[in-house]
Ligand binder design. Structure first.
Ligand code: CAA
Length: 257
């Protein structure tokens, strides 16, 4: 893999997108390498939490590759859109939490990739935007669907129809960013968040993610049905006994990841 690096330490896998000459913009090669990297960490026993970030201190991902898109016909654009959507679906439905460590520009497809992650920790110089309409395009990797769910319909329509770019403060204010930190603390803050998740039961975490994700497209009744099924299901596994017993014995639980 030439555009993607994976580092693994203490159950945390960091996936780094490294294409500095194009501010980490995602051409088909980056897209397919990132998809392979996600598949790898999803099935890897040594991964409990995934962090996705961009190399360098300027860009997370500056979007889909504009130069490549200039050469595409409708069929190729459809396939490129589909590949980006499949990647963002794979991230969103991951049973392991995925954190976007947004270290700079997260524009177009880069913003959409961050939206698909479960949480976003951002550096002070981060910025977000869906500037596709400025190019005569629309967000094609899930932005029209995920942005309204995260920031509300009115704000999403404003961002998508104006194509304006917002800074880290604004992204935090509208609920896009979970936390802002100085750039030199971005990875340590993201790892700290990952470590606090890793203290908890992995089965309980993945069941919670499933309930939240599936519930977003269901009625409250259907969502509650799934929740109670998953709640009961947890009682078939040792993990819950360790958690409950540790509380009663006044000690920290030791969950196996
Ligand atoms: N695709 C291809 N190349 C890109 C790129 C992109 N999305 N973004 C930046 N680059 C390239 C530039 O062309 C430039 O390369 P050259 O030196 O060969 O000209 C290099 O990266 C550095 O970029 P700039 O000189 O423009 O850097 P800057 O600091 O002046 O500006 C920026 C930074 C504001 C992010 C600007 O590069 C920019 O506006 N980029 C495009 C952002 C964008 O519109 N993204 C959405 C793409 S469409 C999309 O993503 C569709 C979808 O939903 C799937």
């Amino acid at each position: 893999m030439s555009y993607i690096k994976i580092n693994n330490d203490n159950l945390i896998s960091e996936i780094i997108i490294d294409r500095p000459e194009a501010l980490n913009a995602m051409n088909s090669d980056v897209l397919s390498e990132l998809t392979d990297a996600m598949k790898k960490v999803k099935s890897d026993d040594k991964t409990g939490v995934v962090i996705i970030t961009g190399a360098g201190d300027k860009a997370f991902i500056a979007g889909a590759d504009i130069k490549a898109m200039q050469q595409m016909n409708a069929k190729e654009a459809f396939d490129y859109g589909k590949a980006g959507q499949q990647l963002t679906m794979m991230i969103e439905t991951s049973s392991k939490p995925v954190i976007a460590a947004v270290n700079g520009f997260a524009l177009g497809g880069g913003c959409e990739l961050a939206l698909a992650c479960h949480m976003r920790i951002v550096s002070e110089n981060a910025s977000f935007g869906q500037p596709e309409v400025k190019l005569g395009l629309l967000p094609g990797w899930g932005g029209t669907q995920r942005l309204p769910k995260i920031v509300g319909v009115g704000k999403a329509i404003e961002l998508i129809t104006t194509g304006k770019i917002i800074n880290a403060e604004e992204s935090y204010r509208i609920g896009l960013a979970n936390k802002i930190c100085p750039q030199n603390q971005l990875m340590s803050e993201s790892r700290k968040l990952a470590s606090s998740i890793l203290k908890n039961g992995p089965r309980a975490i993945s069941s919670s993610l499933r309930c939240i994700h599936d519930g977003l497209t269901m009625s409250i009744k259907e969502g509650m049905d799934i929740e109670v099924e998953e709640f009961g299901e947890l009682f078939r596994h040792d993990e819950r006994m360790e958690g409950l017993t540790a509380f009663i014995e006044k000690r920290d639980p030791e969950f196996r990841h």
